[in-house]
Structure formats: C-alpha cells, structure tokens
Design a protein around this ligand. Structure first.
Ligand code: A3P
Length: 338
C-alpha cells in the first residue's frame, strides 16, 4: 500500500520541525557553553566535557537524533591522528577480503577514508545507510560518552596512540587545514592547548579513558588497540581484527599468506605511494558541511617517536607527567611502548 501524499507531507513537516528545533537548541547551546581558541577555527566549545567545533557539535546532535544503528554494526573509534586512516584500511580489507583481489584492490584506487563513513560528518538529512550489507563499518572520533547509547552496545575497535606523537601529528595536520587568514599556530601554543585538553575531541586522556574503561568491562565488545602495537606486530593485530569482526582467518588463508598480503597492502610505504593518496582529495560529509582534504595529508611519516624532533625535554616531561597523573589508577600504560 502506498503512503498517501498528505501523510508524507505531514511526516515531512514533522521532520522539518524536529530539525528546526535541533538547530535552535544548537544555537542556544553554542551561546551558552565555554569556548577557547581553536586549532583550525576561531573557537572550540566545551560540549559535555569535550572540545569540539560548532559543526561537529551539531552533527553529534544529528547523529543522536537520526542515526539508526544496527546491532551488527562495527565502529572504529579513535582520537584524531591516532592512525585512523591505517586502521580503516586494515579493517576494510580484512572484513571484505572475499570481495577484492590484491592485484586490483579497492584500496589501490581509493583513499582509505572512502572505505567507510565517518559518522561525525553526517548532517541532516542523514545518509541512508540501510542498503549497506551487514556488518556495516563506521568510523568516529567522538568519545564514548558522546555516542548514542545504542552504538555503545555495538562492537567497537578503539585505536590509541602515544600522546606526544598525537600532538605532533595533529599540529602538522591542523596547520595544513588552518585558514590562511588566521595567524599561524605555533607549536608552543598547540602544546599549551593540548596539555590543557583543548584540541578537537580533547582532552586526549579523557577520550582514551572513555573507551579503555569500557573495554575492561566488556572486552568482547571493545577491542582496544595501540598504534605502536600495530607497528610492531601488524600480522597479530590483523588476526585479532578478523576474529573480533567475526571473520577469523581459515587455515587455508593463513597458508596462502592472506594476512601478510593485507598488512603489505595497508602499509604506509604502499598506501602513501599510490597515485590516489598522493594527488586525490577525500570528501567528508555532504552539502554545506562538506570538507575536502588532500589524501596526502593523512600520510606524513607514519613513525613512532617523531615527537623527539620537536619537543624539548621539559615539554616531553610535562606531557608524560599529565599522562601519568590521568592514567595512574586505570591500568592503562602508554609510555614505554617503544
Ligand atoms: P604522523 O603524522 O605521525 O605521520 P589519522 O589517520 O588518525 O588521521 O592519523 C594520521 C597518522 O597516521 C599520521 O601520523 C600518518 O602518517 C599515520 N599513518 C597513516 N597511514 C599509516 C599507515 N599505513 N601506517 C602507519 N601510519 C600511518
């Protein structure tokens, strides 16, 4: 039976009214919550304990209101610049290994961010994801406390990285995206802001802890990974990912070297040298909030310990001290990974 036109119109106007209300709430919120200097926009706003730009706060409201998760969905959650690009490639190629040959793989022609959507850039009207086959993959940088409750019961892979490396990676990335009409962001300013927790999706430590604590309570639902462990033992991590996503490697696949092939396909050396990642542009979101970022910005050095070139002894000790204080009773160890 088809829906009558009047019913459709009523439904549409209800949706419009809901969305208008969301925008009003958002405007009111932005006027009332604390703001501080942003890294690539004028201000970041403290929304429920985390520093976000106004677009992302609005998108968070949109996701809460319109995104319908399915129990089989799998999320990749990470703090920005923790290696999301790499994990996206690894998760996508592991889960979909039956769909592509390694000689003509999707990832040879598309940037890793094209593999599955970043929920944070979903605006109204939200994309229809219902046609995607299960399990659907989504990425997010939202801390766990800002996710809609239904998502928190889905499987989540969380990727964490050493904070000094995150700071340096983020500073480089944000300097590239920062509009030319803003004064340059010095490393000293970025450092002070980072230490105070003020950077997109920060504070870093609270972000990591939001997933770490949940992973202790529910290890079957949250796979907590560290960038440094992926660097050290990528094959072990790929096997973990496959099992976690419900698609463990068969003995035959292992015998044929499928794990090693995935690792090689997604390696920094391979991906960063592909034409699509040297000269392609990644589009995030759609319509007004669409953001285009050159793929090459997601591939800088891909190393651990690059902070040593940039941070003084005093700066590194200050971040280590914060990390120690914030994590001390959590059981999470970040420092001696390499
Ligand atoms: P650096 O700036 O330290 O080089 P994100 O994907 O979350 O934005 O993180 C980007 C960081 O991951 C960058 O770190 C980038 O170089 C690194 N990276 C991207 N692809 C990688 C890969 N295949 N292997 C290792 N590191 C990778």
């Amino acid at each position: 039976m088809s829906t009558s036109p009047s019913l459709t119109t009523t439904q549409e106007s209800k949706e419009d009214a809901d969305y208008n209300k969301l925008c009003e709430d958002h405007n009111h919120l932005i006027e009332t919550i604390p703001k501080r200097n942003g890294w690539k926009e004028q201000h970041l706003y403290n929304y429920n304990g985390f520093w976000l730009n106004p677009h992302i706060i609005k998108n968070n409201l949109v996701v809460h209101t319109y995104f319908k998760s399915q129990s089989t969905d799998i999320f990749l959650a990470s703090f920005m610049k923790s290696g999301t690009t790499w994990l996206k490639a690894l998760m996508f190629s592991t889960l979909n290994r039956h769909l592509y040959s390694f000689s003509d793989h999707f990832l040879l022609h598309h940037g890793p961010h094209s593999t599955f959507p970043l929920l944070d850039f979903e605006t109204h009207p939200i994309t229809d994801f219902t046609q995607l086959p299960a399990p659907r993959l989504f990425a997010t940088h939202f801390p766990r406390t800002l996710l809609p409750p239904l998502i928190t019961s889905c499987k989540i892979v969380y990727l964490c990285r050493e904070p000094k490396d995150v700071l340096i990676s983020k500073w480089h990335f944000m300097c590239k995206l920062r509009p030319k009409d803003m004064p340059p962001l010095s490393l000293e300013e970025a450092f002070e802001l980072f230490c105070a927790g003020i950077s997109d999706y920060g504070p870093f430590w609270e972000h990591v802890l939001s997933y770490w604590r949940a992973s202790l309570e529910n290890p079957e639902k949250i796979l907590f990974l560290k960038y440094e462990e992926v660097k050290k033992q990528p094959e072990v991590v790929v096997r973990k990912l496959a099992a976690f996503m419900g698609k463990p490697f068969t003995a035959e696949e292992v015998e044929k070297g499928v794990v090693e092939k995935i690792v090689e396909l997604c390696s920094f050396g391979n991906l960063s040298n592909l034409e699509v990642n040297k000269n392609g542009v990644e589009k995030f979101g759609k319509v007004a909030a669409e953001l285009g970022v050159d793929n090459r910005q997601f591939f800088r050095k891909g190393e651990t310990g690059d902070w040593k070139i940039y941070l003084s002894e005093e700066m590194s000790q200050r971040i280590d001290g914060i990390t120690h204080d914030k994590l001390k009773d959590s059981g999470l160890i970040i420092d001696p990974w390499y």
